[in-house]
Design a protein around this ligand. Structure first.
Ligand code: HEM
Length: 227
């Protein structure tokens, strides 16, 4: 078995099995650990300037990945007119850069604030570094291997479908440049890391807030002027 077959034909399945098994195990053994363990009360200003751009940037970028995966022909048709291709690529780049800016701020905050350092685990550091590599590799791909939004339809989409069909076509990935391969491998590494890190909060979105009855919060405190 070649290295490419290991990394792009076997590892994606290991990552998915790991995420399912460890997530279920963690849910039953330590349910309340399904969070990203807020450190807002220790430091909030840098957290705001890191977390907000990071989340807005990465959610739009990942949404773009998903849409391009689901409707590649529509994306190719959109890209058929040059100005539309530029709008798409420049927007993707802008949101990718926004995510990078936020991530660098989050890393800086953890590295420089002694109170935050105290509550930072090895896995927090590993996760932030893998995310950094992943985002830089993505931006590198966008900038140096143009036009990613078009060739994604020809290489990445059939490769992902081949994985879903349980017959991985590694040849679609083998010929890609190193940084693109790193980006794809990085994505599956993040899947594998998910249940071991604070990324697990992705699985605990408070969706029930959408349908639960609203709550009215009122002060239950006597007005001091009346006393
Ligand atoms: C955790 C998963 C992933 C993250 C966080 C991520 C993040 C990013 C970021 C930040 C960018 C640069 C911004 C942009 O131009 O859109 C990017 C670009 C890109 N990514 Fe990903 N990515 C992930 C998974 C993947 C996967 C699985 C593939 C392919 C199989 C992929 C293929 C690409 C391509 C082709 C580009 C260039 C897009 C363009 O030029 O418009 N990414 N990614």
């Amino acid at each position: 078995m070649t290295l490419d077959q290991m990394l792009f034909g076997v590892f994606p399945y290991l990552a998915v099995v790991l995420v399912i098994v460890v997530t279920i195990w963690r849910y039953f053994s330590d349910r309340f650990s399904y969070s990203s363990l807020s450190s807002q009360f220790l430091e909030s200003k840098k957290l705001f300037w890191g977390s907000v751009p990071w989340h807005y940037g990465i959610l739009v970028v990942l949404g773009g990945h998903l849409i391009s995966f689901l409707i590649p022909r529509t994306i190719l048709a959109w890209n058929g007119v040059p100005w539309r291709l530029y709008v798409l690529e420049v927007s993707a780049l802008a949101f990718g850069l926004l995510a990078l800016l936020g991530l660098v701020m989050l890393i800086y905050r953890r590295a420089t604030n002694p109170r935050i350092r105290k509550v930072t685990s090895i896995m927090d550091i590993v996760l932030l570094l893998v995310l950094l590599v992943q985002v830089v590799a993505g931006l590198w791909t966008t900038i140096f291997f143009r036009w990613g939004s078009s060739w994604y339809a020809g290489f990445a989409v059939p490769y992902m479908w081949s994985l879903i069909r349980f017959s991985p076509d590694v040849s679609l990935v083998s010929s890609l440049p190193f940084m693109v391969k790193l980006h794809i491998f990085g994505a599956f590494s993040l899947v594998a890391l998910l249940p071991f890190t604070r990324l697990v909060h992705l699985l605990s979105l408070p969706l029930s807030y959408l349908w639960r009855p609203y709550q009215v919060v009122i002060w239950n405190r006597r007005d001091s002027r009346r006393n």
